[in-house]
Every structure is written in structure tokens, then in C-alpha cells.
Design a protein around this ligand. Structure first.
Ligand code: NAD
Ligand code: LMR
Ligand code: MG
Length: 557
């Protein structure tokens, strides 16, 4: 019998490692030294030329999902090139790697799957958490940031099981593109606790745990084990929680915020960016923050997170706690929330109204509707976090505009299929009076001879800077003061003096804007006494920390 020798891998390992690979940008000398002789076409291109080619290939993809898949493949091949393309075309590509296209990538995850990225932790094998992180071969000081999701409430599209890994990947891509967080020092995580989506459970190609969602003590123990293991293996890492369901997002944050370096993006990031947009809008409307009246439609994780931040801002502006709380009205599936309702969530309770106060209000099948609430309250701010497409009807917007001179209207449910109203409609229905921001990127709106620039009230305009500031300061906790500093830093970057101006900084400037936000966060972490790296010059510390997509000088090693 012929003796076969063991076959060496067909592709040299350096070409398989996305942090080392430069493909045809390797020089002849590098090719020689790395054992790549004869394994690449002779031509040597620069990073810029490779980025041009990749961008051309991207343009040839048919549709946004195909572009997302193409970019993920590039991400898996050459991280530097991926981030070069992404940062150079951020305005165009953010909606592809992030919201709204990331929603499709999540829904189609098991079918579009090419290769794994991230760490997949299963509730059926909690004993594997440590072993799984250990396979990364990263030391205790090697990780700055971990984004995890259990995918129960992805954007506004619900439960997508293991496909949720793509929101962890997308959020991290934004952290790097927007704030220069080093992509070698981050980890995306899927906490696979099952799914209640029948179509996934029945799909033979579904890649996640094939059972319904686990709740209760086993779920809690799994989350606690994740937190304990991640923070003891990587004590410097910020632990970002994304798209958990309404019964867990806030509960986990409240339980662990004082003992771990955790951040819930949907509660805290969303609250902070929406407050930044509201601060800009208040400058235009002239109604002081302490006198604002807020109606929240969709009183879940994001809605109440925002309500809390706006209430705190009213208090900082001089309102008493009682007055500020009384200036918030929450509406959920039951209609306007009142204290006599048996099924209120604990975080909704502080804002539930006294039934006596609303006794004479019109009801529809027993519930007080959004329209009736707007009619009665004459709110100055209307927020949409309900996932109900079209809920802000013409009548609602017209009623809002009849009750206040410059209504502030933020339909921020994502993705586009869930938005409560499109900005062009809100502006037209309010005859150009409404001050609008939404979660997705939208083009400017022309109305009545004016151009209205619509700010993107998406936590992506805030969390990258907050994260960078947390990492640079080595903050042991993400404090309320750090969130306020981030909010104020974003709001301060906006000039609303021109009519139709955006309420938030443009995505074009996201890198510069995130650096400013990060420096403010470092300052707050130092003054709040949670910084472990105390720097005298936050701006410089932040700038130095920002990773750039370049092939480092010398040989890849
Ligand atoms: N722009 C941003 O930065 C940002 C950030 C976080 C969340 N969001 C969006 O906000 C939406 C909600 O996200 P979440 O994490 O708070 O989800 P969630 O499930 O915690 O909250 C949604 C709430 O809306 C309520 N709701 C559903 N149907 C309703 C109806 N017909 N009438 C009134 N209320 C209704 C639900 O009962 C729930 O309380 C999503 O679309 C998400 O994409 C946007
Ligand atoms: O992911 C986004 O676009 C924002 C937000 O975190 C959301 O859940 O919608
Ligand atoms: Mg989210």
C-alpha cells in the first residue's frame, strides 16, 4: 500500500487570519518571509487600491442584504480592509452593516451563513462558557469590549434566536468605525437561550438551540454565570447588553449595574441619544425642559429608558421630581397606563396615572388611545418606541400640532418596517412645525420651500463615544454622570440656529463626534471617581487610543 504523507494546509495560515491578512498588499519581501512565495498573483496593490476594488465589487452586489453578506465576507478575510472600506463610505454603508439591513441579516442568518464570527454560548451547556472564551486565546488584559444579546427583542422585529449574533457583530462594527475601538480587542457573543419563533424551530437549517426560550431560574443563572465568567477572564472589558426582552433588559441592568461594568444600550444608550435630540429641539421650541410634557407610545425597554432620562433632565432644569414624573404619560398595548391596571411592569409603575385624573377621558373598548391622550394632554414631545408601523397617523400629528407651537415628534422604532411615521409625513402634516428625529437614516425633507435635515436618533450616535470613553478611562462602572456627559457632548455639537437644521450631529462626522463624546465621558469618569486611568488630557488620550484601518509598517507578524 502506498504511504501518503500528511497534507499541509492548502492556504498559508497568514492568508486565513483576518488580522494578519493583507492579501495582494503583501510586498515581495513579506511574501518571501511569510512563506507565500508563488501563492499570490505577482501584482502588489496598496490598501487604498484594495479598498477601491472591494468597493467596486460591493456595488455589483444585488441588493442590501447581498451587500451585507459581501461585507461580512470581507470582514472575515481582512479586518483592516473591511474597516477601510466601511470608514471611507460610512454614510452609505452604516445602513448596510447596521440598521436597517442588519435586521434582514438576522432574519436570514441560518440561510446566509458563511462562517462563524463570535462566541456562541448555549444555555444547555453553561459549563462551557469559560472553555468557549478560552478558545479565543486572549489574556486578561486583551479585551476591551464584549457585546452580547439573547435576541429576544431584536430591534423591533422580535425573537430571532441565534441569528441575533449579527446585532452583536453590527454594534461592534459601529464601535470600531465610529470610535476607533480596536477590533482585535472585542468579542461578539450570542447567548442562545432558545427561541419561541416557530418558523425557526421548524427550519431544518436553523443553527440555534432547537427549543423554546428558557426563562426563570435557569435563565438567571446563565446570565449570572456569563457575567461572572466574562468579567473574571477579561476584567477590563465593558459588557454591552443588546436587544434583550422587556422582562429582562432592565432587570439585568438594575441587578448588576453596581457590581459589573455593564451597559444596556437599549435602555441607556437610547435614553441618552434621544435626550440629546430633545435638548436640541427644546432650544428651537423655546419651551424649557422643565415644562415639557412627554407622551411615550410603547412603554417598553427603550420607551421607559428614554422617559427616565427626560424626567431626570426636567429635574436638572428645575422641576421637582414629583412634577417631572407627572409630566410623563405612558401608553402601551392596554392604552394609557393607569395605576389600577393589574399588569403593569415595575418600571412603568412610577408613571402610571391616577384613574381619577382620566375619568372623563374618551375610551375605545375601555382603553384610552394615543389620539385621546394627545388631545387631552397637549404634549410637547411625542415619542414612538412601540414597533407599530404607522401608529402616528395624520390625525395624531395634526392634534399634536394644534396643541403646541413646535411639537417634538420622535418616531424611533426600528427598522423601517416598524417606524411609527415617516419624517416627510410628520413634517407635511404639521405644516413644517414638527421637530423630528428617527432611528433610521433618512434623506432631508423638502416642504414649503424649506429643507429639513432629519437627525438620526439612534444609539449608534452615542454608544461608540461612551464606550471609548469608558475604555480609555478604565472606568469601573458606567455611571449616570458619564451618560449625562455623553448626552451633553452630543447635544453641544449641534447648531440649531438655521431653520430646518438637524437635531443631532451628522453621521458624516461620526468619528470626530464620537471622539468629543469620549473625551467628555473620560472627564466625567475621572470626576465621578470611577476612572482607573486618570489622564490630565482626555482629548489626547482618546485620540491616541483610536484604532485606524492601516496596514502597520513592516512585516505582518
Ligand atoms: N432609535 C434607537 O436608538 C432605538 C433604540 C432602542 C430601541 N429602538 C426601537 O424601539 C422599539 C422598541 O424596542 P424595545 O427594546 O423598547 O422593545 P420592547 O418590546 O421592550 O418595547 C416595545 C413596547 O411597545 C409596546 N407595544 C407593542 N404594540 C403596541 C401597541 N399596539 N400600542 C402600544 N404599545 C405597544 C410593547 O408592549 C412594549 O412594551 C423597537 O422598534 C426598537 O428598534 C430604537
Ligand atoms: O440597533 C439599532 O438600530 C438601535 C437600537 O439598539 C434598536 O434596538 O433598535
Ligand atoms: Mg437595540
Amino acid at each position: 500500500m502506498t504511504q501518503h504523507t500528511v497534507r499541509t494546509p492548502a492556504t498559508p495560515s497568514v492568508l486565513e487570519d483576518p488580522f494578519l491578512d493583507r492579501d495582494v498588499a503583501f510586498t515581495q519581501a513579506e511574501r518571501e518571509a511569510l512563506g507565500l512565495t508563488g501563492r499570490l498573483p505577482t501584482g502588489v496593490l496598496t490598501l487604498e487600491q484594495q479598498a477601491q476594488r472591494a468597493y467596486q465589487q460591493l456595488q455589483a452586489q444585488g441588493g442590501d442584504l447581498a451587500k451585507n453578506v459581501y461585507l461580512e465576507q470581507l470582514h472575515d478575510r481582512d479586518e483592516t480592509l473591511y474597516y477601510k472600506v466601511l470608514t471611507e463610505h460610512l454614510v452609505e454603508l452604516l445602513p448596510i452593516v447596521y440598521d436597517p439591513t442588519v435586521g434582514q441579516a438576522i432574519e436570514k442568518y441560518s440561510h446566509e451563513y458563511r462562517r462563524p464570527r463570535g462566541v456562541f454560548l448555549s444555555i444547555d451547556r453553561p459549563e462551557d462558557i469559560e472553555k468557549s472564551f478560552a478558545t479565543l486565546k486572549l489574556g486578561p488584559e486583551d479585551v476591551d469590549l464584549i457585546v452580547c444579546t439573547d435576541a429576544e427583542e431584536i430591534l423591533g422585529i422580535g425573537d430571532w434566536g441565534v441569528g441575533g449574533i449579527q446585532i452583536s457583530v453590527g454594534k461592534l462594527a459601529v464601535y470600531t468605525a465610529a470610535a476607533g475601538i480596536d477590533p482585535r480587542r472585542v468579542v461578539p457573543v450570542s447567548l442562545d437561550v432558545g427561541t419561541d419563533r416557530e418558523s425557526l424551530l421548524k427550519d431544518p437549517l436553523y443553527l440555534g438551540n432547537r427549543h423554546s426560550r428558557v426563562h426563570g431560574a435557569d435563565y438567571d443563572a446563565f446570565i449570572e454565570k456569563y457575567l461572572r465568567t466574562a468579567s473574571s477572564m477579561f476584567p477590563d472589558a465593558l459588557l454591552h447588553f443588546e436587544d434583550f426582552g422587556p422582562s429582562n433588559a432592565r432587570r439585568i441592568l438594575e441587578k448588576y449595574r453596581d457590581s459589573y461594568r455593564i451597559f444596556n444600550d437599549d435602555v441607556q444608550g437610547t435614553g441618552a441619544i434621544t435626550l440629546a435630540a430633545a435638548l436640541s429641539a427644546v432650544k428651537v421650541s423655546g419651551v424649557p425642559m422643565r415644562d415639557q410634557k412627554l407622551v411615550v407610545f410603547g412603554a417598553g425597554t427603550a420607551g421607559v429608558g428614554i422617559a427616565d432620562q427626560l424626567r431626570d433632565a426636567m429635574i436638572r432644569d428645575g422641576a421637582s421630581a414629583e412634577q417631572a414624573t407627572a409630566q410623563v404619560w405612558l401608553i402601551d398595548k392596554q392604552g394609557l397606563l393607569t395605576r389600577d391596571m393589574a399588569d403593569l411592569r415595575d418600571y412603568q409603575q412610577p408613571y402610571a396615572r391616577d384613574p381619577k385624573e382620566v375619568a372623563g377621558w374618551g375610551t375605545d373598548g375601555g382603553a384610552i388611545s394615543l389620539l385621546e391622550t394627545v388631545r387631552q394632554v397637549r404634549p410637547t414631545i411625542l415619542l414612538g418606541t412601540s414597533t407599530v408601523h404607522g401608529a402616528f397617523t395624520r390625525e395624531v400629528v395634526e392634534t399634536m400640532a394644534a396643541g403646541t407651537e413646535r411639537p417634538i415628534i420622535f418616531p424611533i422604532s426600528n427598522p423601517t418596517s416598524r417606524i411609527e411615521a415617516m419624517p416627510a409625513d410628520v413634517i407635511a402634516w404639521s405644516k413644517g412645525k414638527a421637530l423630528v428625529a428617527v432611528g433610521i437614516p433618512v434623506p432631508p425633507v423638502d416642504f414649503g420651500g424649506m429643507t429639513y435635515h432629519i437627525g438620526q436618533a439612534n444609539n449608534a450616535l452615542l454608544y461608540p463615544g461612551l464606550g471609548l470613553g469608558t475604555i480609555v478611562s478604565g472606568a469601573s462602572r458606567v455611571t449616570a454622570g458619564m451618560l449625562v456627559a455623553a448626552t451633553q457632548a452630543v447635544a453641544d455639537q449641534v447648531d440649531v440656529s438655521a431653520p430646518g437644521a438637524s437635531l443631532l450631529p451628522p453621521v458624516e462626522n461620526l468619528r470626530a463626534s464620537s471622539a468629543i463624546t469620549a473625551a467628555a465621558v473620560v472627564g466625567a469618569a475621572v470626576s465621578e471617581g470611577v476612572a482607573t486611568n486618570k489622564t490630565a488630557d482626555p482629548d489626547q488620550a482618546v485620540r491616541q487610543a483610536m484604532w485606524e484601518p492601516v496596514y502597520a509598517d513592516g512585516m505582518a507578524s
